[in-house]
Design a protein around this ligand. Sequence first.
Ligand code: CDP
Ligand code: MG
Length: 170
Amino acid sequence: MSVQQTLVLIKPDGIAKSLTGNILTELSDTGLILVGAKIVQVTRELAEEHYQHLSEEKFFDELIRYIMGEFHVKRVLALIYHGENAIAKVRDVVGATNPEQAHPSTIRGKFGRITTKGVFENVVHASESEKEAEREIKLWFRPGELIQTIYPVESRQVAKTEIFWKQEKK
Ligand code: CDP
Ligand code: MG
């Protein structure tokens, strides 16, 4: 066993069905620590990069539309969990990819479905391996968005315009 981190996405069907609280409760029961969280509007670019390894699959186009929220709402909740054996612990509570095959005690078994079009609406994503977790976390988050440093970082000097909350005139 080793200390790991894993990326979880509450997919648009999970958000649309108000399952966020239930899912967070199940994930919290793993005892893992939440080290990053944010709500994201998924662009086509991010979706295609995230699922790049599935680009040859016949369900790829539907999958991209699904994760972008075209069938539900245009947002996902991205979470990073950290701790001993985090990848397997999260995959265990998440359940099998096919929601009809997922054990009824798992998140996908409880809340997932297959649409009449055959699209798996399986509520959450969870990283599959340490390598994939690292790739996915680096794709979805910037180092400063995490409450602890889990991968090596470097600083670079960049010139950029930042957005701030507008100050009230007194
Ligand atoms: O998400 P997981 O790692 O369990 O499965 P995957 O094989 O990495 O597939 C990624 C996602 O593609 C799944 O979570 C489903 O949303 C979707 N998928 C699908 O719609 N139909 C399939 N036969 C397999 C996957
Ligand atoms: Mg996967």
